[in-house]
Design a protein. Structure first.
Length: 125
């Protein structure tokens, strides 16, 4: 069982990810606002962070950069982008922002859970 932070400004996507994670035995906390999620991340103890990229107020790139700058606390936690971005250069931009990888949208339930769990196994959680 992992403690998962999920951020997506689309409530339908957020609810789907939370449902899937909880159905597979994980504890998941979700936010539609990345600024609120930033505070939750600083206050919580998460095993993995899943975040959308394109969000108002604070995008997934900046959200990840801010937390990764606190390397002692967030350096080893997997950060995974959950995004529909598939243009040339997106993968490199995601990687250079501090993400460990990404999961594509639209979300395919079985593949989504398998991918999340593969990132957790890499981390040893």
């Amino acid at each position: 069982m992992a403690h998962v932070l999920v951020i997506d400004d689309n409530a339908v996507n957020l609810d789907l990810m939370l449902y899937l994670l909880q159905a597979f035995g994980h504890v998941a906390e979700g936010h539609t606002d990345a600024l609120a999620a930033l505070e939750a991340a600083k206050a919580g103890d998460f095993d993995i962070v899943l975040t959308d990229i394109l969000m108002p107020r604070l995008d997934g790139y900046e959200f990840t950069r801010r937390l990764r700058s606190e390397a002692r606390r967030y350096g080893s936690i997997p950060f995974v982008a959950v995004t529909a971005l598939a243009m040339p250069g997106d993968r490199e931009r995601i990687s250079s922002a501090g993400f460990d990888g990404y999961i594509g949208k639209p979300i395919e339930p079985q593949a989504f859970v398998a991918q999340v769990e593969s990132y957790l196994r890499r981390d040893g959680s």
